[in-house]
Design a protein around this ligand. Structure first.
Ligand SMILES: NC(=O)c1ccc[n+]([C@@H]2O[C@H](COP(=O)([O-])OP(=O)(O)OC[C@H]3O[C@@H](n4cnc5c(N)ncnc54)[C@H](O)[C@@H]3O)[C@@H](O)[C@H]2O)c1
Length: 271
């Protein structure tokens, strides 16, 4: 059901790889709510992913960009403004990748070059996106910029490894740039801390099935789906959230406030 929440708004959506991606659902909901936007992903993901199908469905153009490359980001913002016919109202950063996690490297044996890559792709890229937008004066007043995080920024989940550091940094960047962008352009910057979700990035974490099941049982409402996350994200692109900024917003069915739940007690009694 559409409410035209994003009617007349222009955006850039990073990170739609396939139909399971959270960004994929955000694009579909944003389209249904009346937005126009460009889609972007790393050139390599573009070859593997099904992003062209999504672009057709949404009437959106695809502009490849490695989010760690400032040159690519400059091209992305410049072309997006040309194609969309004006400055940008919303940006979704939905990007995460850790070579250490992907290659199953133990936390006590991290490859430090890979750690740098994890931080660059999954956190510093968020700063690069915002710095590029600021330098090109690409954001409209009262725009909204969102990134997706995970509760491993606050609590340890051993298999999440160095991605935990990336998420802590991502949330910190959202606060610092949020203060700056509010002052400069009344632009708000927030992160959404999402439940475990069955996507390529999610299932790349060791023991993900157990992890997913545990979180589902520890969340009184159950795990939030990618579609739930998309609906919440789109609300943050709408004018209904204009005064919310520099926040890490828990979108987790109650996981982060639960000590234990009946569902988990029942499970433990069975074991
Ligand atoms: N899936 C989960 O359990 C979960 C939970 C909380 C938060 N998140 C976060 O949600 C976001 C989206 O992940 P997802 O779960 O939809 O998985 P996904 O694998 O579909 O999306 C990750 C995206 O990052 C892109 N990417 C990787 N390197 C890039 C680069 N250098 N430049 C540009 N793009 C690049 C990938 O191509 C992919 O599209 C990530 O930040 C992830 O950490 C996921």
């Amino acid at each position: 059901m559409s409410h035209n929440l994003l009617k007349g708004k222009r955006g850039i959506i990073f990170g739609a790889l396939d139909e399971r991606s959270i960004a994929w659902k955000v694009a579909q909901v944003a389209k249904a709510e009346g937005a126009t936007f460009t889609l972007t992903n790393a050139p390599i993901a573009m070859r593997m992913g099904a992003i062209k199908e999504l672009a057709e469905e949404c009437g959106a153009e695809i502009i490849p960009a490695d989010a760690t490359s400032v040159e690519d980001l400059e091209n992305l913002f410049t072309k997006s403004m040309e194609i969309l016919g004006g400055k940008i109202d919303f940006v979704l950063h939905s990007i995460g990748m850790s070579p250490n996690v992907r290659k199953g490297r133990d936390y006590g044996d991290l490859n430090y070059d890979w750690l740098q890559k994890t931080l660059d792709v999954s956190a510093i890229s968020f700063h690069k996106v915002m710095q590029t937008a600021e330098k090109l004066d690409a954001m409209n007043e009262w725009g909204s910029i969102m990134a997706l995080s995970y509760i491993a920024a606050q609590r340890t989940f051993p298999d999440y490894s160095d991605m935990a550091h990336a998420k802590s940094m991502l949330e910190s960047i959202a606060r610092s740039y949020g203060e700056r962008f509010a002052r400069l352009k009344n632009v708000r910057v927030n992160t959404i801390s999402q439940s475990p979700t069955m996507t390529t990035a999610g299932t790349g974490v060791g023991g993900f099935d157990v992890f997913f099941d545990y979180a589902d049982k520890m969340s009184p409402l159950g795990n939030a789906s990618a579609l739930d996350c998309a609906n919440y994200t789109v609300m943050f692109f709408s004018d209904f959230t204009r005064m919310v900024t520099m926040q890490n917003l828990m979108h987790d069915g109650g996981f982060s406030s639960s000590g234990i739940t009946d569902a988990l007690i029942d499970q433990l009694k069975k074991d």
